[in-house]
Design a protein around this ligand. Structure first.
Ligand SMILES: [Zn+2]
Length: 403
């Protein structure tokens, strides 16, 4: 007997099955035990499950995956945002200690508990809009103790929220002002990485590869060390200029390369060959008023899986909804509705390194799903924002229900 059986007019599975009319999803021990037409159930619903939910309207989908966030930080930068709109440049703000260094100062001063208190309301907003798996990056600590507190906070957020949290140690994000670059690289790569990995805090290693951040040689050194430890890598690549970051990520068989506005044909081909997911982040593009579009048609043609994420961060993407990121990816980057639905489910799960069939409604997948108050999958992307979820289930347990 299953724990729960959910009946709804339709389910979208994120598999080749696509849409199921008159759908039933059975849940047992936190996993999906049945997906298919209710008409094909082997017995009466009440005979099959302890609890049966019958929805006369609505749509079931897999839970959404937000595969790129910087969710854990202290002190937002709403004041700087307002100042920039009045004409102060980011360079001026950074020169007086604002920007990322302001977030680093506030994050360093915060306890694990304080970081959790700051981040949990943001995470709850993502969950309320359908998210059941999330990436959380460090990178605002820039010293061992502070990076550790960020990663511990991320783990605690997983426990408190009930959804799946995957951590990324963003070892190379910015160089701290209180340490020489060479020493920072030695410590972040050769000391903190093995230490934090040994403490079980790292699911992936990430870096910011850009002319104003870290070079290909520096990233290569970090990635060699990570791969030697058996930790998968991801990369902030080709966001503001073509640094050949996509090819660098692919050379280390990265789970994903992210941003990719300036990625060239060689980078696309390398990602296709390596099976690296392209993570598309339209909110940062919007906030920064970028003009260069990522090579979506080339990814599509080469068969590179594309994922969509919020890039939730205090500077360039204060974005609290993956669904809104999906809408922006369609409007700004001309992805199709089908592509963004796959991008925020099965492809996002792959970018996180979650084992198949995570991110789909399939027998054996984690019971991560959303009951939406809409009739069709396209409606999830059509509406810009709004409150469309009725219930969000992670590992078989309700993590959000709208009153
Ligand atoms: Zn990022």
């Amino acid at each position: 007997v299953w724990d729960r059986l959910i009946l709804a007019p339709r389910a979208w599975t994120a598999t080749e099955t696509g849409l199921i009319e008159g759908a039933a999803v059975g849940i047992s021990a936190g996993r999906i035990a049945y997906v298919g037409p209710a008409a094909d159930l082997p017995d009466e619903p009440e005979q099959l499950a302890h609890r049966v939910d019958r929805h006369s309207a609505g749509l079931l989908t897999p839970g959404l995956v937000d595969c790129h966030t910087h969710l854990v930080f202290a002190g937002d930068r709403a004041d700087e945002f307002a100042e920039r709109q009045r004409g102060t440049s980011y360079a001026q703000i950074a020169a007086r200690g604002g920007g990322i260094l302001a977030t680093v100062r506030a994050t360093r001063a915060a306890s694990v508990e304080a970081l959790v208190d700051c981040a949990l309301p943001r995470l709850r907003q993502l969950i309320a809009d359908g998210v059941t798996s999330v990436d959380i990056k460090s990178g605002y600590g820039l010293d061992l103790a502070s990076e550790r507190r960020q990663l511990l906070a991320a783990r605690e957020l997983g426990r408190r929220s009930g959804i799946a949290v995957r951590t990324s140690y963003l070892a190379l994000h910015a160089c701290p002002t209180d340490m020489a670059r060479a020493e920072y690289l030695d410590r972040a790569i050769d000391e903190w990485l093995p230490t934090l990995h040994g403490e079980g805090l790292i699911d992936a290693v990430d870096a910011y590869h850009e002319h104003l951040a870290f070079t290909a040689d520096e990233v290569d050194r970090l990635f060699r060390r990570a791969v030697a430890l058996g930790v998968p890598v991801r990369l902030h690549a080709d966001q503001l200029s073509n640094q050949h970051g996509a090819a660098l990520a692919a050379a280390h068989r990265a789970l994903s390369a992210d941003h990719l506005e300036y990625t060239d044909a060689d980078g696309v081909a390398a990602m296709a060959a390596a099976g690296t997911v392209a993570v598309i982040l339209p909110a940062a593009f919007l906030v920064l008023r970028e003009k260069q579009l990522p090579p979506i048609a080339a990814f599509r043609h080469a068969g590179v899986p594309m994922a969509i994420a919020s890039d939730l961060n205090p500077g360039t993407s204060p974005m609290l909804s993956v669904r809104l990121a999906m809408s922006l990816a369609v409007s700004l980057f001309s992805l199709t509705v089908e592509e963004v639905l796959l991008g925020a489910t099965v492809h996002g799960a792959r970018a996180l390194g979650l084992a198949a069939p995570a991110g789909t409604l399939s027998v054996g997948a984690p019971a991560d799903l959303v009951v939406w108050a809409v009739d069709a999958p396209s409606a999830l992307v059509y509406w810009l924002g709004g409150e469309l979820s009725a219930e969000v289930v992670a590992a078989g347990r309700t993590v959000f229900a709208r009153r």
